[in-house]
Design a protein around this ligand. Sequence first.
Ligand code: ADP
Ligand code: MG
Ligand code: MG
Length: 878
Amino acid sequence: MAKYVYDFTEGNRNLKDLLGGKGANLAEMTNLGLPVPHGFTITTEACRHYLAEGSVPSGLDQEVAEHLEALEAKMGRKLGQADDPLLVSVRSGAKFSMPGMMETVLNIGLNDESVHGLAKQSGGNDRFAWDSYRRLIQMFGKTVLGLDGDLFEHALDELKGRRQDTDLDSGELQQLVETYKGIVRDQTGKDFPADPREQMRLAVMAVFDSWNAPRAILYRRQERIPADLGTAVNIMAMVFGNYGNDSGTGVAFTRDPGSGQQGIYGDYLQNAQGEDVVAGIRNTIPLEDLEHLDKQSYDELVGIMETLENHYRDLCDIEFTIERGKLWMLQTRVGKRTAAAAFCIATQLVDQGLITMDEAVTRVTGDQLAQLMFPRFDGGADKKKIAKGMNASPGAAVGKAVFSSARAVELAEQGEDVILVRRETNPDDLAGMIAAKGILTSRGGKTSHAAVVARGMGKTCVCGAEELEVHTAEQRFVAPGDVVVSEGDVISIDGTTGEVFLGEVPVVDSAVVEYFEGATEPQDDLVKAVDRVMRHADRARRLGVRANADTPEDAARARRFGAQGIGLCRTEHMFLGERRQLVEDLVLASTDAERQAALDALEPLQKSDFIGIFQAMDGAPVTIRLIDPPLHEFLPDIVDLSVKVAAGQATDKDRKLLSAVKRLHEQNPMLGLRGVRLGLVIPGLFAMQVRAIAQAAAEVPGAKPEIMIPLVAAVQELESVREEAVKILAEAGVEALIGTMIEVPRAALTAAQIAEAAEFFSFGTNDLTQLAWGFSRDDVEAAFFSHYLDAGIFGVSPFETIDREGVGRLMEIAVREGRSARPDLHLGICGEHGGDPDSVRFCHEIGLDYVSCSPFRIPVARLEAGRAALTQSDSDTR
Ligand code: ADP
Ligand code: MG
Ligand code: MG
């Protein structure tokens, strides 16, 4: 029979799939002998069953009852027992952390009787007992009963006026409990459930349901977390930070999540419970100051943080509570960090002897590296600084200030860059945070919601800029010196320094890019860390990395960024500009002689293009794709021509062009006369290109051309082109591989035949994706992709990440069959997927020889190729 409930003593950190991250780590801390309140975890499997069937699996209630009984025995009191109650929290916890996205209910077990028992238990602290009770009704009302949280907030605000929540006395809190119960009665038509077990049962189901709350769905999509994992539920004995000033609650990091520096980073709030710290209801104190309040707990905490870091061999974040001088650990996990911190921490841990360089490479991601390559603000530029907050998530963001999530989304949809400005954010702001270029808050520290979520998304964020008065309702903020910024005014925020500037500040290249460009020796710690990681990734990787580059400038940059060759040199741009004229002549040619004259004029131009690229690549291979797009793309616009003709201003050539354009018009140019089809239909076109390549190669010592034929679907297409090319190359005395793109499903399915005529394959995954799905990319992305993403048809666009099941399967077939026909077949990919981290990993897995991507993505591909070689599965390193 399935086991749905695990005591904290039964689990461990490797059981995240089953127990969720929170449950697995609570078990791990319990096993380490750290002070964790007793409790147990209901598995994600139970949640999945509940979500699929609409009811909990049979046997679950019984198992929960048994574990609750064991917990009661350990604690020596029963759940909600009138004279001496056990209270518990019911906490969500999925495999991947989703900060603040799902629900947690504290103080379960309180009712009109047990509240007195709790007061007695606490030695007559009535105020504490009523505070706990009102918190229960508030949290339960909002998360389990689905009531508007503002109803409770307003009642609390009204009662406390200008005072703080800690100033309310027990009589007032008792009165608040009555008000809250009234709200529940009015809104639901029922009384607040007094039965402790009923409270617990309802809370468990509410946690299950919160998996599918809209904000959780949105967050998962953003973070690419699968939608079908479900959440675990943790039930644990309550400990209380709201007893009085000898108690409190806090959050901490074992090192700075922004820079990676070692030290004590965190926030602490006296006489408080749970979310109070991050919700910003009162001002927290820096964790260092706890040393003066409660040295014993502080020292213990610092010791535990060290234990955890050495145990997890990584930065951890933690949540803890102090109850009357006794420290309790309530949560830990390997903490989110900025991209820069990720690199620095990885190499620091190597230097501390905690991890190997192999592991260090797996601790950073291509996405993080890409973030470090974003531009930053120009240090020399004129800037009007208006405030400074905390550097919560790095980067440079410029945009119009907006003050609500909805406006952020609205303006972003109109193509505007916006900065979302809030006093503090909450989970309802998620859509706006995703839409914005950056986030600015006036309250909250590095552990606030805004900071945590922004870091997770890699979005620039400055938080806790306390000099700013943010007036959300009036859509403006006021900075010192009476600087007023209203909606639509442009501001710039620097997430690396925490500075806020009025107006647009110009941006410059990042230090990491300068390093890749070879302009600087590694100097600062970050660049040194990147350098070490990249060198190791390069040593480890099996995949080669090439660039998509069509000009000598791009080719040279690609070389500097570490490209080992060019995987895709397009030739179509070589027909643009002044050369259009010659293409027009080619199209209009009515005799063989006229056509040949046009080709002869193009040939030396093409040749000089290739010479430039071969020189820039200095002996590295260059894969040149013969002309791919339909010829009418090079001709004048049909409307322009028609207008000219109608207005009687057309020349003779214009009139001929118009009829040519009409003749060449295609319903669906993507599927029309292009690629190899052009080469077969227009005599001499491919021959001209091959001759230009051969002659250029003959002139540049060491040049290594590879000739690539696009859009091949059948080996017969390739054979005749190949025959002609072989002849031309032989005449010029030049050697070159001749191969094909695999971008039509038929080519993938007949790869064994095609490999007979091809020395290499290069997967053109853009076209392959279009043709495998039947999607016309330009049409579908705007028209309905967001709908498909919402509906979960795919979790990420197949144009961004290779769709393993469909397109990926075609690739696997082509690899297998191609290699079986020609064992030394060289295999690469040149679609945009070549620079996408997940896709690079896939290319490694199916045994390609190289990936090719845009020059700027080359470092990302190198790193991901190294990571792929060093890890089997990436699924746990999010
Ligand atoms: P989240 O996943 O949103 O962080 P948690 O389940 O961690 O939600 O709960 C939020 C906070 O509630 C915790 O940080 C902790 O301070 C408090 N909390 C949860 N369980 C207990 C408990 N048993 N005793 C005291 N405080 C608790
Ligand atoms: Mg938590
Ligand atoms: Mg293509």
